[in-house]
Design a binder for this molecule. Structure first.
Ligand SMILES: Nc1ncnc2c1ncn2[C@@H]1O[C@H](COP(=O)(O)OP(=O)(O)OP(=O)(O)O)[C@@H](O)[C@H]1O
Ligand SMILES: [Mg+2]
Length: 329
């Protein structure tokens, strides 16, 4: 299915575009900070993608990093930004860069945490250059403590010609809720910072999405689909995909994924054999790295299994998935 155009979120998008033009015009000296929060699948990444496409003139540089592993590594955000970039010209010592980029051949001599943080800020400043740039921090809730600290520093860094866009699920969905809450508070406290909390789509917006696929539909059907999916665009898109090629009535007949079913009638989520193994390891408290070693698969593959089973079990975090496993024996 081709992705449906973004519906709703017009006010949020307009605000982001306005922020960008302020930054472009040499506006606020500390980076302009926007935190976009909301539940899983509510449309945070989609809003950021739409904003990046709408920024005009386009940013000279976009530093985009997303938490890549479920086991957070230090400075994972920056490592994601650096991956695939030519870093030869950066005015940062090569061994420091190797650490920041999580280069497996980084020299064994470690940096003191404070020194590494300063190097990380210097690296970002060098990448931003004269700017203006957009720094995108996706999935703050899944980032490691060092990255969280770095993002907090960047939000307050003087003379950084950049717009800092951060997305995050609510802190209670994070592995370290307190740290994430503190970082979000720190971001909101930055000068001129704004917070956008995304709620579910309303029935009219859900109808707009469904119409893209099925043509005009009766109002009651839009209302029912809105209710079934909780107005969550992710679940809406999933439902549309699961019923592709069938008439609109299928939107009501299709069984819902476990996550959305009323708690009174839980159906076992269908995990593949591999996902079950991963879940067992997870319940045993293993890190992704340990699982990779135990199951003899790559860390990336582990990350994919973990993310699938979080979705299938309707868990917001590894801890929740582990509890789910324990509850089911
Ligand atoms: N406003 C919207 N209109 C149409 N489709 C949308 C909208 N928002 C999100 N979607 C679609 O819903 C799905 C989930 O959106 P997205 O990935 O942006 O959620 P998210 O909040 O970033 O979730 P996560 O917390 O898992 O990162 C995507 O397929 C996206 O294209
Ligand atoms: Mg996202």
């Amino acid at each position: 299915m081709t992705p449906v155009p973004m519906v709703g979120r017009a006010a949020e998008l307009a605000e982001l575009v306005r922020r960008w033009s302020q930054v472009r015009q040499g506006g606020p000296t500390p980076a302009a900070v926007v935190s976009i929060t909301g539940a899983a699948g509510i449309g945070k990444s989609r809003l950021v993608a739409s904003a990046l496409a709408a920024f005009s003139p386009a940013p000279d540089a976009v530093l985009y990093g997303v938490a890549r592993l479920h086991t957070p590594a230090p400075y994972d955000w920056l490592a994601a930004v650096l991956s695939g970039r030519d870093t030869h010209d950066l005015p940062v010592p090569a061994d420091g860069l190797a650490w920041l980029a999580q280069d497996p051949h980084a020299p064994s001599e470690r940096y003191a945490p404070g020194a590494l943080l300063r190097l990380a800020v210097r690296t970002v400043r060098a990448l931003v250059g004269a700017g203006p740039a957009v720094l995108v921090v996706e999935d703050l809730h899944a980032l490691d403590p060092a990255s969280l600290n770095l993002v907090g520093e960047l939000a307050a860094a003087p003379d950084l010609p950049a717009l800092l866009l951060v997305t995050s699920r609510p802190p209670d969905a994070a592995d370290s809720p307190e740290l994430v809450a503190r970082t979000l508070a720190r971001l909101s406290g930055a000068r001129g910072a704004i917070r956008q909390h995304l709620g579910p789509l309303g029935p009219a917006e859900v109808a707009e999405v469904v119409t893209q696929v099925h043509g005009a539909i009766p109002e009651h059907l839009a209302g029912a689909v809105c209710e079934r999916t909780g107005g969550n665009p992710y679940w809406l898109v999933e439902l549309l995909a699961a019923t592709a090629g069938r008439g609109p009535q299928a939107l009501l007949d299709e069984p819902l994924p476990g996550h959305l079913r009323p708690a009174a009638a839980p159906e076992p989520a269908e995990l593949t054999a591999r996902e079950q193994e991963v879940l067992r390891c997870l319940a045993a408290g293993m890190s992704n790295k340990q699982m990779a070693r135990t199951l003899d698969i790559s860390i990336r593959t582990v990350a994919v299994h973990v993310s699938n089973l979080l979705r299938k079990t309707g868990s917001a975090s590894r801890t929740e998935a582990a509890l789910w496993a324990v509850r089911r024996g």
